[in-house]
Design a protein around this ligand. Structure first.
Ligand SMILES: NC(=O)C1=CN([C@@H]2O[C@H](COP(=O)(O)OP(=O)(O)OC[C@H]3O[C@@H](n4cnc5c(N)ncnc54)[C@H](OP(=O)(O)O)[C@@H]3O)[C@@H](O)[C@H]2O)C=CC1
Ligand SMILES: Nc1nc2c(c(=O)[nH]1)N=C([C@H](O)[C@@H](O)CO)CN2
Length: 237
């Protein structure tokens, strides 16, 4: 019987893409969701990664995605909720719309997908099944410029506890809380220097440290309801 696939939402770039390719390297079938078609997806498809379109900004979009997922597979080994929008707070009339959009991407999508995908995870013939939420160090301290982002990631952090209790022992549910992992386009050296100085390790590690944490969770049968900080010791500064 072929292995059940691992789903990574928002897997077309950066951390999600890195983990998707590393999982393929480790022999797992992988499904990713993407929002925008782009040339890089061809590379992932050539590696056998199944790519499903998804826009989690609306409930209808979330449920449409789940129908596509169900048409693609009858079981799942794991779900990694990686899709995210690091939108700064809006001032003025669109502030509420921004908050609602981030609530849907960071909380409603993981919530509805976890509820609907329970039977896909339980259909996995392997002994371990996992759900992993990508949250953020800012859940612990808030954010002056990304308050809506931080609050909705805090909601996702709390969903980790609820789903871990609901789904044990058949399914393990954990979170990974990164701080600065990789820069964005347009981040200059001054920004990078400031970012490095924020953590005790004084580095911007790149996505490999996230895959190491995901690998640990996927390989450990006795860990559930926890959040792994991957933040270079931000709390020490
Ligand atoms: N990078 C970092 O330093 C840090 C990352 N994190 C967290 O780690 C995870 C990965 O980070 P990173 O790789 O930088 O993430 P990105 O900012 O690259 O976003 C990942 C993907 O999310 C998808 N996405 C955005 N909006 C939507 C939407 N409305 N519906 C569906 N998908 C959407 C995008 O898809 P598309 O490109 O197709 O539009 C994008 O490819 C995220 O959850 C992030 O919050 C936390 C702290 C630090
Ligand atoms: N979806 C995203 N979330 C976050 C990103 C990102 O690029 N996409 N980046 C960060 C920053 O690296 C932040 O940790 C710097 O302090 C946070 N979240």
């Amino acid at each position: 019987m072929s292995a059940s696939p691992i789903l990574i939402t928002g897997g077309a770039q950066r951390l999600g893409r890195h983990c998707a390719e590393r999982l393929v390297d480790d022999g797992h079938p992988v499904i990713i969701s993407y929002r925008r078609e782009r040339p890089e997806l061809a590379t992932l498809r050539e590696r056998g990664i199944v790519t499903l379109p998804a826009d989690f900004a609306t409930e209808a979009g979330i449920l449409d995605f789940f129908e596509r997922l169900k048409a693609e597979t009858r079981s799942l080994r794991a779900i990694v909720h990686n899709a995210s929008d690091w939108a700064p707070d809006s001032s003025g009339p669109e502030a509420g719309a921004t908050f609602e959009r981030l609530f849907r991407i960071h909380m409603l999508a993981p919530y509805l997908i976890n509820l609907h995908a329970r039977e896909l995870l339980e259909a996995c013939s392997e002994p371990q099944r996992d759900i992993v939420h990508l949250t953020d160090y800012v859940v612990q301290k808030g954010s002056r410029k990304h308050a809506a982002y931080a609050a909705t990631k805090a909601g996702l952090d709390n969903l980790t506890l609820s789903f871990a209790a609901m789904y044990a022992p058949a399914i393990q549910v954990n979170a990974i809380a990164p701080a600065m992992i990789m820069l964005n386009e347009g981040d200059d050296e001054a920004y990078a220097e400031k970012a490095r100085a924020k953590s005790a390790m004084e580095m911007i590690p790149g996505p490999g440290v996230i895959y190491q944490s995901l690998r640990y969770l996927l390989d450990n049968r006795y860990v559930t309801g926890v959040t792994l900080p991957v933040d270079g010791g931000r709390h020490l500064r």
